[in-house]
Design a protein around this ligand. Structure first.
Ligand code: ATP
Length: 582
């Protein structure tokens, strides 16, 4: 709730206006039946002056109610949309502060649902609350009191109507609550299957999985349909039930008033009879208002319970403390490119076992360091600790001789660049993507960096070159092109430490060689850490780290390791026959 109130503070005036307008609207709708009763009395008494005056009043009150209703909707929508947008931005800003671990704990898909569906639920709650919350008690209590004054002898019809409507509503909501949960579950599932299929459409097509996927989708969609129909059935029962209760109340009112009149039909009673007959439409109108207030109130309660769950999920984001926090007082500095691991151990989030165990090594400034090991040995995990994507569980990492945890955020970002295993590009232009690596990058910077990454040639062939459009996830580029663009993005800022996490895997052997040579020539002071599947990629490195099951089992040059490291020799032997190891 705090999160919501905090956001609503910015819209105090609009909220106030919306409450005032809804109160005016409620009073207008309570007043109209009363005026109608008076007009009817005036008609039956043939009082033309009163008819004219009251008619004008009736129209005036209706117009005021209408204007207040429109103004309330505008003000409520402004508050709801504003709160929704602010909440979305606040949550997105908060997520930007999250570490990898924070995001993994939520899962990225789940965060997207929170930013879209959950925010919409909260937005609707604000809208409904501002439109109904104050109106419901005013209408309910007002219409109850007015109905009692209008035809006090029929008090029991009012009570009966309230009890019956409340019973129908409670029974219906108890079923609907159950079905709504299932409905949401299958709706999420349908979304997930659809998203998964569109994102992985190439896999679906290449493995000829269309029929299987269609079956999977249809099964879930049918379930969704089943529960939607069940909810529809309940509505098809409750709406006529309400109408029946309303009609019974109307008939009851007319019958009992009518029989009361027939009991006293003398001329002396005429004024009383006129007043009573004129009161019937007004009484019925109040009954309908009472009924609507209960129905809308019930729906608001049922809807709020869903919206409060969404609010709770958003609160969870807002109250999560980022795992990785930078010291705001640390000065921004230029550091040499040395990397030192001192007894570093690491485990992922809730894992029991350590993924990296007591790792120590030093990479000197300007060196090229290779990291090799079997699949799952912990190579990516190790290099991701260097740009602080995760913090070690134990031990410390020194960059340029200083503890990584004490460094300014900009220092870390300007000193270290990582090109991840999976090349991820953002929609926009190639230039937009490259500016992630250097904000003010100009054409010269882009040309130089793309030259190093062997991307220049293909970019220059594009019609609009660096301004070429990049589709979502870079889908309009090949795997190799995406990797080249992401290497360009990595080197464009001239980092002191460049990490290539298996990021030349989609490049042909010649291009890979050219990238390595260009890195050697152009980034002579840069410490380059290369995670490689193939020993051929790091055979000339100044130092190679050999990882086995999270342990550092060898450090040295290719020659040294061939002699000293069984694990390295084994990897080398298995690869030797398959490719040329220089
Ligand atoms: N985000 C994560 N959360 C939990 N466990 C993870 C995560 N990332 C990796 N792991 C686990 O850590 C281990 C090491 O993974 P890592 O990606 O570091 O290996 P790798 O040596 O780079 O493998 P590969 O050569 O296949 O890329 C694996 O067992 C993997 O399941």
């Amino acid at each position: 709730m705090n999160t919501l109130f905090k956001q609503m503070k910015n819209y105090k005036f609009m909220t106030f206006l919306s409450i005032v307008f809804v109160a005016i609207m409620a009073i207008a709708s309570l007043w109209q039946p009363k005026l109608l009763q008076e007009v009817l009395t005036a008609i039956m008494e043939d009082n033309l002056d009163a008819i004219n005056t009251l008619g004008v009043w009736l129209i005036g009150v209706a117009v005021v109610g209408l204007i207040a209703g429109i103004a309330n909707t505008i003000a409520s929508a402004k508050v709801a949309q504003g709160v929704g947008a602010d909440l979305r931005e606040a949550a997105f800003r908060k997520i930007q502060t999250f570490s990898f671990s924070n995001i993994e704990r939520f899962s990225s898909g789940n965060l997207v649902v929170r930013l879209t569906n959950d925010i919409t639920q909260v937005q609707n709650l604000v809208m409904m609350t501002l439109q109904s919350l104050t109106r419901i008690p005013i209408i309910f209590i007002g219409a109850f009191v007015m109905a009692m004054f209008t035809l006090p002898q029929l008090w029991w019809i009012i009570i009966l109507l309230i009890v019956l409507v409340a019973i129908v509503l409670m029974v219906a909501f108890s079923f609907m609550g159950r079905y709504f949960g299932k409905l949401q579950h299958y709706l999420d599932k349908v979304n997930t299957i659809a998203k998964e299929n569109f994102a992985g459409i190439r896999v679906v097509k290449s493995f000829v999985q269309e029929d299987n996927e269609l079956k999977r989708f249809t099964k879930t969609s049918d379930k969704l349909n089943e529960y939607t129909i069940k909810v529809g059935y309940i509505f098809s029962i409750i709406i006529p039930s309400f109408m029946m209760i309303g009609n019974l109340a109307v008939v009851g009112a007319i019958y009992f008033v009518g029989s009361g009149i027939l009991d006293n039909v003398t001329m002396a009673d005429m004024p009383n009879i006129i007043t009573t007959i004129a009161a019937i439409p007004s009484f019925i109108s109040y009954l309908m208002q009472i009924m609507m207030a209960i129905i809308i109130g019930g729906m608001l309660v049922s809807f709020s319970s869903r919206a409060f769950i969404s609010l709770g999920r958003l609160n969870e984001i807002m109250h999560t403390n980022p795992d990785i926090v930078y010291d705001p007082n640390a000065p921004e500095e230029t550091l040499p490119g040395t990397v030192e691991f001192r007894n570093v151990s690491f485990k992922y989030n809730d894992d029991e076992e350590l993924m990296l165990k007591n790792i120590s090594f030093t990479a000197n400034s300007g060196e090229m360091v290779g990291v090799v090991g079997a699949t799952g040995a912990g190579k990516s995990t190790l290099v991701q600790l260097i740009p602080r994507l995760y913090d070690p569980t134990d031990g410390e990492i020194l960059i340029g001789g200083k503890d990584l945890r004490t460094l300014n955020k900009n220092t870390v970002q300007n000193t270290i660049a990582i090109v991840l295993q999976k090349a991820i590009l953002f929609s926009g232009t190639i230039a937009d993507n490259l500016r992630h690596g250097k904000k003010q990058a100009n054409l010269e910077d882009m040309n130089r960096a793309s030259g190093i990454a062997q991307a220049k040639e293909f970019i220059e062939k594009l019609d609009t070159q660096y301004e070429s459009h990049v589709q979502e996830r870079g889908n309009n580029f090949s795997g190799g092109q995406k990797q080249r663009i992401s290497i360009t993005r990595g080197v464009i800022g001239d980092p002191r430490i460049l990490i290539l996490d298996d990021s030349t895997s989609a490049l042909d052997a010649r291009s890979e060689k050219l990238v390595k040579e260009a890195l050697n020539h152009e980034l002579t002071d840069t410490t380059t850490i290369i995670v490689a599947q193939k020993i051929s990629s790091v055979v000339h490195a100044d130092k190679i780290l050999v990882l086995d099951n999270g342990e550092l089992v060898g450090v040295g040059t290719h020659k040294e390791l061939i002699q000293n490291s069984d694990v390295y020799r084994e990897i080398y032997e298995t690869q030797k026959g398959k490719e040329v190891v220089a």
